[in-house]
Design a protein around this ligand. Structure first.
Ligand code: HEM
Length: 418
């Protein structure tokens, strides 16, 4: 998930293909959909001035480009740093860089294929489906803890702990560690923001170093005493006879912990907000298993938690008349694609009864979210249990999104139910 920046400036773009929106402007990140509406009405393939690279907001383009093998999340397997003008690695972010080095999200085939095959088995639907009862119990225990209060910040009290505890337990780390894991993870993901400062880099690096120290101790314990958990599985699995190194296991565990909760927290918050603001009777949204699934899918489509992912052009190429050089960056706008009126009828309406719901919130192609089956179960259970237990739930304060365009999630969601 490293922050990818366009290195060599692109200058030859006609004025009518350019668009401007400041990702740090509160008016923009509180409601990026007004900008997306303008793009869909004019040109959804445009050069975003502030980012300095081409971006794609149309569903068809985003979906096709995520699958297009001429683009990759990494470039250093086909080019040197000098060739594309990437700066040398910085000593003060060495620990952070090490956590990223073997991250699935930064690899391309064949390295990506090998690592993904190994981890994938743990995340297939039939395997994670077994976690549903545990997730239901957890959601209810958490609600038991705050039900008497009558009002709560739902992000902190409910949305955040569920995915953090689930992924920690799955990897084989104690649930009590969840707050510490959240702390490390939150500090590390600051690195993916627009305009990172040196202070943020130093703090993210410290969090990475502490996270790795902790994991090294747990890995040593598992080597002495194997358990039935994902960490042990990763340490002992031998795909085609080769083993994962400790650094590979650490990178993967950190990626799973980071990717495994952040987006799910935001989707839970955004989804509860969408449901409450729609005015639809929640009882109808969770009346059956199928409707619960459809409601969760519409929450994912309508207010996606991750709005832009980038890719490098791996060669000089042309896409729909746009010429790209090897190393150029493109932005794929998932949140905008999900609101494309060419793909979805009445795209700006929250409609959990729609049948044209398949969205790109989990991406597509080789990097398609490995945790999607797990995230879907977490969301279905969290929404259904919350509205079953607190049917009078309503918003108590106007919710505000955090100052981060890429991660589109609420800072707070204060609700009440008496
Ligand atoms: C609502 C929740 C989630 C959303 C919206 C989401 C979204 C995404 C997206 C869009 C990608 C692809 C990024 C790209 O193509 O550049 C991705 C990849 C990934 N996600 Fe998720 N994710 C969620 C939950 C999870 C969970 C629960 C886990 C793990 C337990 C997870 C683990 C991963 C991993 C490991 C990758 C990298 C896969 C690869 O590169 O092969 N995600 N996710």
């Amino acid at each position: 998930m490293a922050a990818i920046l366009q290195i060599k400036p692109i200058t030859d773009v006609p004025a009518d293909r350019r668009a401007s929106a400041n990702p740090r402007d509160p008016e923009f990140f509180q409601n990026p959909y007004a900008f997306y509406d303008r793009l869909h009405a004019t040109d959804p393939a445009f050069f975003w001035d502030e980012y300095g690279h081409w971006c794609f907001a149309g569903f068809k383009d985003v979906s096709a480009l995520l699958r297009d093998k001429r683009f990759g999340r990494d470039i250093l397997h086909v080019a040197t740093r000098e060739e594309i003008g990437l700066p040398a690695p910085q000593p003060h972010t060495a620990a952070f860089d090490l956590t990223e080095k073997y991250s699935l999200l930064n690899l391309e085939p064949p390295a990506h294929t090998r690592l993904r095959m190994l981890v994938n088995r743990a995340f297939v639907s039939r395997h994670v489906e077994q976690l549903r009862p545990r997730i239901r119990t957890l959601a209810n225990e958490i609600i038991d803890g705050f039900e008497g209060e009558g009002s709560v910040d739902l992000i902190k009290a409910f949305a955040a702990p569920i995915p953090a505890i689930v992924i920690a337990e799955m990897i084989g780390l104690p649930a009590e560690m969840a707050p510490q894991l959240l702390n490390w993870s939150n500090r590390m993901v600051q690195m993916y923001m627009f305009g990172v400062t040196r202070e943020v880099e130093l703090d993210a690096n410290q969090a990475s170093a502490d996270f790795m120290d902790y994991l090294r101790t747990v890995i040593a314990e598992r080597r002495r005493q194997p358990r039935e958990d994902l960490l042990t599985h990763m340490l002992t699995a031998e795909p085609g006879g080769d083993r994962l190194s400790d650094d590979e296991v650490m990178s993967t565990a950190i990626l799973l912990l980071n990717a495994g909760h952040e987006a799910t927290v935001h989707t839970t918050g955004n989804g509860v907000k969408s449901i409450l603001e729609s005015g639809i009777d929640p009882a109808t949204l969770f009346a059956s298993e199928e409707q619960t699934q459809a409601t969760a899918e519409e929450c994912l489509r309508f207010d996606a938690p991750l709005h832009m992912f980038t890719r490098y052009a791996l060669t000089d190429l042309e896409y729909e008349g746009i010429r790209l050089r090897k190393g150029d960056v493109i932005g794929l706008m998932l949140g905008a694609a999900n609101r494309d009126p060419k793909r979805f009828a009445d795209a700006n309406r929250f409609d959990p009864f729609r049948t044209d719901g398949a969205n790109v919130s989990f991406g597509a192609g080789i990097h398609f979210c490995i945790g999607a089956p797990l995230a879907r179960i977490e969301l279905q259970v969290a929404f259904a249990e919350l509205f079953r237990r607190l049917p009078r739930l309503r918003i108590a304060e106007p919710p505000r999104y955090g100052d981060v365009y890429h991660f589109h999630g609420l800072e707070k969601l204060v609700v009440e139910w008496r």
